[in-house]
Design a protein around this ligand. Structure first.
Ligand code: 5AD
Length: 445
């Protein structure tokens, strides 16, 4: 008999990837996906623990599910992912109607875990370590044009603010052949763009025997027919090598975009964060990137209000944003995470100060990004088309290699999967507008 699975995913791209694998694995147990919680036999929350807000969202969702469980007592409710790993027994204390709690290492065994809950009708907690396995099961609903592919798990950087070393464990890379097999299969089913995922993706391969690196993996993925574009995220400045920067320039399918979280522009704060670089070193890397790949677009993550951050420290971060000229800035208010060194540091910054700094950094980032967009006007850029735009079906919508959304008049044609030259005519706050450029008019993109 077919049962129904409702999956709610929070957090990062790796969680999205994991959720797809879970749906794929449970398909083998006769579970099919449903969009509706009130229709489901099994509800799984794939959680995030990076900031307290992410956890609050899960607890409020669990509150809503409590009522559902009352009216549909047979429903199995499971909490998986980083918050499950971090909080363990606490989830079942706060929400005793949760049947199943399991961390990322147990994902490969989700079928067995669900079967055990069903058979025993007893709550189950599974947060032990397990060997890394590559799961390639996928639900039919997965978007074939772009795909995430996890290439490594875990992180050993031990930034003092971060829970990931606790929730995702040590750095473990998947073998290049296994990754390439997965991408070949994706390409065969229509995938054109892959994003290689890892918490410190540019540390890829160090733990393998023989050791390898991300630059080499990029070369191998580049050789796969059908794939047009390769992205990778997230890179850590500490591990960024000249070799990788050259691979961005030299490996044709690798896009000219790099997400390189700076976190702070102040050396004092960077030191207390245990980031392993100074502002000067970070800016040196940016200079090398821009020199080697002049068209590169950059993104970053910034934490405001890290313990002890003064106005002067913060001003240095704003200065970095203005100097680097990012296309994309993600700013976060520091959130105290249990068990991390920074949670116990003195001089925690008050919420109002964090909020004000957050507003200020976003304003600076907005000014820089608007200017970066404006310079694209008049350019002809390659756009990988996703299909008709949601707002206006006569338009097609797609992305540039630097990951900007572009809408253009396609006369209602789908064009999905095509890579077309589009002349940018307008830079809007969140997207670009363009028109199809005829063959032969193609300039630099
Ligand atoms: N508080 C706020 N932001 C955080 N991040 C990681 N840990 C915390 C925390 N405790 C941010 C970092 C990271 C991004 C994924 O989340 O900027 O790069």
């Amino acid at each position: 008999m077919i049962s129904k699975l409702h999956l709610i995913t929070y957090g990062c791209q790796m969680n999205e990837y994991d959720s797809e694998r879970v749906a794929g694995l449970l398909k083998a147990q006769q579970y099919e996906l449903t969009d509706r919680a009130d229709d489901a036999d099994l509800i799984l929350l794939n959680t995030c623990a990076i900031r307290e807000r992410a956890e609050d969202k899960v607890y409020s969702q669990l509150g809503a599910l409590k009522h559902l469980k009352r009216s549909r007592p047979h429903v199995i409710i499971g909490v998986m992912g980083c918050m499950a790993q971090l909080q363990q027994g606490k989830i079942q204390e706060r929400a005793p109607y949760v049947d199943l709690v399991f961390g990322s290492p147990a994902i490969a065994r989700v079928g067995e875990l669900v079967a055990r809950v069903k058979a025993g009708r007893r709550p189950l907690l599974e947060t032990g370590e397990a060997p890394l396995v590559k799961i390639t099961a996928k639900p039919e609903s997965a978007d074939p044009l772009r795909a995430f592919v996890t290439v490594m798990e875990g992180c050993e950087k031990h930034c003092t603010f971060c829970v990931v070393p606790t929730t995702r464990g040590r750095e473990r890379s998947h073998a290049p052949e296994v990754i390439c097999d997965e991408i070949r299969a994706l390409a065969a089913s229509g995938c054109r763009e892959v994003t290689l995922l890892g918490q410190t993706v540019n540390a890829y391969g160090r733990d393998l025997t023989p050791a390898t690196d991300l630059a080499e993996l990029l070369e191998r993925v580049n050789a796969i027919d059908g794939i047009e574009r390769i992205r990778f995220t997230t890179s850590n400045p500490y591990n960024l090598t000249t070799r990788l920067i050259r691979a961005i320039r030299d490996v044709p399918k690798v896009v000219e975009y790099l997400h390189l979280p700076v976190q702070s522009g102040s050396d004092r704060v960077l030191e207390r964060m245990n980031r392993g670089y100074t502002q000067a070193r970070y800016l040196e890397l940016i200079a090398e990137l821009k020199e080697t790949v002049p068209e590169i677009a950059l993104g970053t993550d910034i934490i405001v209000g890290f313990p002890g951050e003064t106005d002067e420290d913060f001003a240095r971060t704003v200065a970095v944003v203005e100097q680097v000229r990012y296309d994309n800035v993600f700013a976060f208010r520091y959130s105290r995470r249990p068990g991390t060194p920074a949670a116990g540091m003195p001089d925690q910054v008050p919420d109002q100060v964090k909020a004000a700094r957050n507003t200020e950094i976003l304003a600076a980032a907005g000014r820089v990004a608007a200017e970066r967009s404006a310079r694209l006007r008049g350019r002809v850029m390659d756009v990988l088309v996703d299909g008709p735009s949601r707002r206006n079906p006569a338009d097609a919508s797609g992305r540039t290699r630097c990951n900007r959304v572009v809408n253009f008049d396609a006369g209602g044609a789908s064009l999905r999967g095509a890579v077309l030259p589009v002349r940018i005519t307008e830079a809007l706050p969140h997207s670009l507008r363009g028109e199809l450029a005829g063959v032969g008019q193609r300039g630099v993109s």
